[in-house]
Design a protein around this ligand. Structure first.
Ligand SMILES: CCCCNC(=S)N1C[C@H](O)[C@@H](O)[C@@H](O)[C@H]1CO
Length: 651
């Protein structure tokens, strides 16, 4: 059902346009307030929906996942549109390949699924900066998610590109989008800026017409600041919450119309360094059954979680800085590898009590593959490839500059200075005001000295001769996606101190590591320098064939500490074996070459390489490893002294 692309007509002509589109007059999705229900084409309709994020699933697997959702008994799929995934620089738009949102809409249509679309501009989803583009922070005083004119100008510019493209996909225009959410849990944000929400509502109406159902979603505590006249109010809550109480609260905002839970949590997210989260099948199914009995429409968040490939994970800050893991399995009904779980069959049984589900079996789990162990070869330390990693050369400044100031959104920046005097005794090296955002790997003349981490209490002591090179590789571990501190600047935000001396005269090297790794594959760059003893940020790689057809697999990195992985040039995401709870990375079968063709795996190990630099491919994931408690510290004011490790409270 690929509707024809509309002309880009002025908004006032939109209503006329709908009469020209095929089937436009006969299709409708509306709220029937008299009978507390939705009507689809005039008939009573309740959606049973699931969340799946196209930006967390390789495009070649979209159809497979959507088919499984349909066969589970869902009639609708809900997904966000991350602004930062589609507008990498101001005015530069990308809707191609894995970013082709319209191809995803079409796949949903082919799977006979209606769509609930959530374009933000802020989305959260544990996604980097909650979906907002990092380049907004180049105006360092911008007030995100408010009626700040600078923020609204960027929002307007983005939505004037996106929303007209969605117009033909609206249900009443012949498409499959039945409703669109404005912002996301705005009531949980500190600003409570009603002129901002009114601006968004006006913009959506102007660009989408007045027939599409616009709604808001908030937790029970957010309804006051998150709901708005003219937008249908919905709530989100999980199996452990008091449904009766929360729906009662909702009725204070929507006395009539269908009850809607827009995010019924089937599982939960994971943070590096915290225990793996799960939600019981019994609790999740009981809650769904209760809501369906009430006639409520429900979206299960997540129905299929997928993966935070690359650097796309977001973060949370609860005392410690808590990056989200690479896996977004979410203990969801469909696993990260796309396999049906016992939770899915249990939910399918519940759904079948209330509405017809498609006949036929759910597809079985996909074939899995084991391989290895593979021994990796040392390509060289990261510093050896600096010319390739930063071909345009460094930016020089007296004080260190942030990622935003050097226009690097994610990944790594190398900060370099030279000792202007000899430090003959081990001398404390630190960054005031918790100024490491987020992890610093410190080297003196190329020799790894150790790590400083945001909100953690590490102590480093350095020595060096006058003129010694002091290098700090700064890692952006993902921008805060939730909470009030939404302007999460990255980099060395304060000049480091050695003993009593504030270090100045810095060179900043924004590193284009992904470009280098892609160039390596299939080319093998000549080693730039004789590799030193492997320590600190170091590249390793190897090539390997898959003799048979192969299958999905899970990369295990026993003994490695922390870093980034690429397979055939694709950035698979972060690993942090030493911190857990995730110990394996999902490798989708379509990333791999089979029948003997050579694949290439490249690691950037940031800390310490194991004596045996080997990796393995397993036929099952390990997402709940025992945490290494030494890596969990309390937060304290100065964050510079050692503290006793403690376990953070899980969710
Ligand atoms: C640590 C949770 C931060 C708040 N987010 C919550 S409650 N959630 C609601 C939010 O709308 C959604 O995008 C997800 O972020 C979800 C948690 O998976």
């Amino acid at each position: 059902m690929a509707p024809k692309k509309p002309l880009c007509l002025p908004a006032l002509l939109l209503p006329l346009l709908t009469l020209l589109l095929p089937q436009a007059g006969t299709r409708s999705f509306v709220v029937d307030r008299e009978n507390d229900r939705f009507l689809l084409d005039g008939a009573p309709f309740r959606y049973v929906s699931g969340s799946l994020h196209y930006f967390r699933v390789p495009r070649v697997l979209w159809a497979d996942r959507l088919y499984k959702m349909r066969m589970s008994g869902l009639n609708t799929v809900q997904f966000y549109v991350p602004w930062n995934y589609h507008e990498p620089q101001p005015g530069v738009y990308n809707f191609n390949g894995s970013r082709d949102l319209f191809a995803f809409l079409n796949e949903a249509s082919l799977a006979n699924l209606l769509v609930i679309l959530r374009p933000g501009p802020y989305i959260c989803a544990e996604w980097d900066m909650g979906g907002l583009p990092a380049w907004l922070l180049q105006k360092s005083d911008i007030q995100l998610r408010t009626s700040d004119p600078a923020f609204l100008a960027a929002v307007d510019s983005w939505f004037k590109v996106l929303l007209p493209k969605l117009y033909p996909w609206l249900y009443h225009n012949g498409g499959n989008i039945i409703s669109i959410q404005v912002e996301n849990e705005y009531g949980s944000y500190r600003a409570c800026d009603f002129s901002y929400m009114r601006h968004l509502a006006g913009l959506f109406r102007a660009l989408l017409g007045d027939r599409i159902l616009l709604f808001t979603t908030d937790g029970p505590e957010g309804l006051k600041c998150g709901s708005l006249q003219g937008l249908y109010t919905t709530v989100d809550f999980g199996p452990a919450d008091n449904m009766t109480k929360i729906f009662g609260l909702l009725r204070e905002y929507e006395p009539h119309g269908p009850l809607v839970n827009s995010e019924y949590y089937t599982g939960w997210l994971d943070y590096w360094g915290q225990n793996h989260s799960t939600r019981s099948i019994l609790a999740v199914t009981k809650g769904l059954e209760s809501m369906l009995k009430l006639g409520a429409s429900v979206n299960m968040y997540m129905f299929h979680g997928g993966t935070n490939f690359g650097y796309w994970n977001g973060a949370d800050e609860k005392g410690c800085f808590l990056p989200i893991t690479t896996s977004y399995d979410y203990d969801a009904p469909i696993s990260e590898a796309g396999d049906p779980t016992p939770k899915l069959f249990a939910l399918r049984n519940v759904i079948s009590e209330f509405q017809e589900i498609p006949l036929g079996p759910l597809p079985p789990p996909s074939p899995k593959m084991t391989l290895g162990p593979l021994t990796l070869q040392l390509d060289g330390d990261l510093l050896a490839f600096l010319d390739f990693l930063c071909p345009q050369g460094p930016i020089s400044s007296i004080l260190p500059m942030s990622f935003e100031a050097v226009k690097q959104d994610r990944g790594f920046v190398l900060y370099r200075t030279y000792l202007t005097y000899t430090v003959s005794e081990p001398t404390q090296f630190w960054v005031p005001n918790n100024g490491v955002h987020d992890r610093a790997y410190v080297m003196v003349d190329g020799v790894f000295q150790g790590v400083l981490e945001r909100n953690m209490k590490h102590q480093l002591f350095l020595m060096g001769k006058v003129g010694a090179k002091l290098d700090i590789l700064l890692e952006n571990m993902g921008r805060l996606s939730f909470g009030s501190n939404s302007s999460d600047f990255k980099g060395l935000l304060e000049p480091p101190v050695l003993g009593q001396t504030v270090l100045s005269q810095w060179l900043m090297f924004p590193l284009k590591i992904d470009k280098l790794v892609k160039r390596w594959f299939p080319l093998q760059l000549k080693k730039r320098s004789h590799p030193q003893v492997p320590s600190g940020p170091t590249f390793y790689s190897t090539k390997f064939p898959i003799l048979g057809e192969g299958g999905d697999t899970f990369l295990s990195l026993p003994g490695w500490t922390k870093g980034q992985v690429w397979i055939n040039g694709f950035n698979l995401g972060r690993y942090w074996t030493k911190r857990g709870p995730q110990e394996t990375l999902y490798v989708p079968r379509p990333l791999l070459f089979s029948r003997g063709a050579l694949n290439k795996i490249t690691l950037l190990e940031l800390e310490n390489v194991p004596p045996q630099p080997q990796v393995q491919f397993l036929d099952r994931p390990i997402l709940n490893s025992t945490l290494h408690k030494t890596y969990i510290y309390s937060l304290s004011a100065d964050t510079q002294g050692a503290s006793e490790p403690m376990e953070l409270s899980g969710h």
